[in-house]
Design a protein around this ligand. Sequence first.
Ligand code: ARG
Ligand code: ZN
Length: 481
Amino acid sequence: VGARLTAVLAAGLTMAVLNTATAGADPGGGGHFRPGAAGIGDPYYPTYGNGGYDVADYDLAIRYDPATDALDGHAVIRARATQNLSRFNLDLVGLTVDSVTVDGRRAHWSRSSHELVVTPRRKLHASRPFTVDVRYHGVPTTFTIAGTDLEAGWMHTDDGAVVAGQPEVATAWFPVNDHPLDKASYRIAITVPAGLAAISNGVHLGTTTRDGWSTWRWRQSTPMISYLATATIGRFRISETTHHGKPMIIAMDPDLPPDFADDAVSRTGEVTDFLATKFGPYPFEANGAIVDDYDNLHFALENQTRPIYSRHFFAAGVNPWETYVVAHELAHQWFGDSVAVHHWRDVWLNEGFATYAEWLWGERLGDGTPQQTFDYLYAQPLDAGFWNPPPGDPGVDQLFGSSVYTRGGLTLHALRMTVGDAAFWRIVRAWAATQRGGNGSTAEFIALAERISGRQLDAFFDAWLYQEGKPAYPGGAPPAA
Ligand code: ARG
Ligand code: ZN
């Protein structure tokens, strides 16, 4: 297990380094027309998302000039009212709104720090579809990753922009119902100076160039959470191939040496196939990767079908350990993207599964078993950094703390030890299959695990997810060191 321990330590160290550089929904119907809520009801983020409607599709056309940082945007949002609506909110930060129409008629609108409040000329009836058209412009905002000082959002680079963040990034570049509970399909057209590329999610419909500007058109059909959308712009070496008939699009910053990240991200198909043997079929219509050389990007993100990787995960020369982050972001395609959190407090389900995928991939690389990884980590003292606070309700400041990742992964392996391999893998595959394309809460995961294993697991999950300190070793005493 020696090599494996080194790998775990190296991975932990990488994460540590990267880390330190770190109202409820409205009932529908009724005769009354009321404003939609200004938040979707997430206790961690009261202003995220909105009440009263559900978006089906975003059709975004943006133009960005890296020389001036100026963005011009046009968003056509097709939604359905979930209550009788007198007005509704979209989330938007910064940027200047130029016009808003609803179903083709000019609407009244106002802004506050995080919200675009739209009052349509005609009231919107519950369960009817409606279309919002917003034109806007400005210099897009940067954010930080929750609980860290890691730069995120619309990150202005030397040759364009890297667009990535969690939980907030979308509000920097389009008006949006910005929460995992409202997934939608996307069409994204990005116009940039000719010679630059603009990479987004899903399938590349084509690129046309006119008058010195190129428009890159993308289509993400399988519903996507807003934070997973990207519009990453710059000079890129782009490899467009297929994998099992699906587009595989890998965009590599040409300022990185040719042997830098290619060895790891070019294994995206292989790693995806490996994870599919564990989790079930890959849930999306395309796949790929984006690596930008932007020095201030210190994280990777599971952007749907197109994870974005910091250059800092890679180094010149072939290094199999660099594929751990690839396994991590690809695991999120199942857990995080396809099966999304219900509220952000459920984030351990994303990061625990992605961490566990690293341990599974490590086993494949011959770097020790998940059981060995578990035992090594279990032996670590309480001040090791990942035990507390427990991961089940980490709070905004610890949303991406070590516990959510490491103790989250330990929780899954402890479940495996408790219910046995057969039940564990049935739980994992059932979770991916039954919640596919939707959301899942911790309570729903526990209920599924109990149903499939036939066991009462409340005390188990309470100890692993909600209690301070080190939970009892599953099934008895840990093996002697
Ligand atoms: N979901 C991202 C991930 O792949 C979170 C990025 C934040 N990273 C961090 N080190 N805080 O883990
Ligand atoms: Zn992750």
